[in-house]
Design a protein around this ligand. Sequence first.
Ligand SMILES: [Fe+2]
Ligand SMILES: [Fe+2]
Length: 249
Amino acid sequence: MAAIAVEGFARETHDAARVERARAVWAERVVTEYRSAQALSRYAQELLAVDAPRAEVEEAIDMVRDELRHVALCEAVVRAMGGAPGRPTPLDLPVPEAFRRAPAAQRAMGTAISMLVVNETLSVGYLDDLAGRAGDGVCGQVVRAILGDEAEHGAGDVPLVGRTLAACTPAERAEWVAFTEACVRPHLRRAEDALAGVPPAERVLEDEPAHAALGLFTPRRQALVLARTWRETLRPRLVALGLWAPAAP
Ligand SMILES: [Fe+2]
Ligand SMILES: [Fe+2]
């Protein structure tokens, strides 16, 4: 794809306080993209540890490459906005002890559900909402470049999940349903909190062009987009996989 001329960011055409906020948001994106690269490189090891088909391992490695590119793109935006991008703290990816001790097959499945099914689907929902509104400036170009990759990460079928569930006992399957719920709930709760004081009549996707041009959401729009992605994409996907009870909210 064509290179993005991030130095073309026209800082003076935006509100200064909003640029400052955008710089912090893009700096946080550097960190989350870095964490994605770390988690997906661990996933590649987990796939190798269960002798997954070569195509699946290669796909995981390609995703790591994509995430590193996202790190670089977000870093360039931070610099163009006058900031200095950083790294996650702690730098090493924290891995809970129970996860570390679990067999590789369980670690691979846990990562596939949390990263590929849940997180990537939600992040595609956010990026997709921004991509059409963010304009032709640097932020819009970067959002669309990242969306192009993330849509591939999150949209496809994840064969490992289907394979694992097909081999599960009903009790094991129930554990994966509970694990999935634990991955999803914090996202839903955050959206509910953001919408707590908002009357139903005002729960509409307002236009926010000045935010979108910097790759930002207002908290309300972000929460509404999450609720929509959950309803229209993620929940149906989880139900189809057998990871969400059709009767559960
Ligand atoms: Fe990414
Ligand atoms: Fe991704």
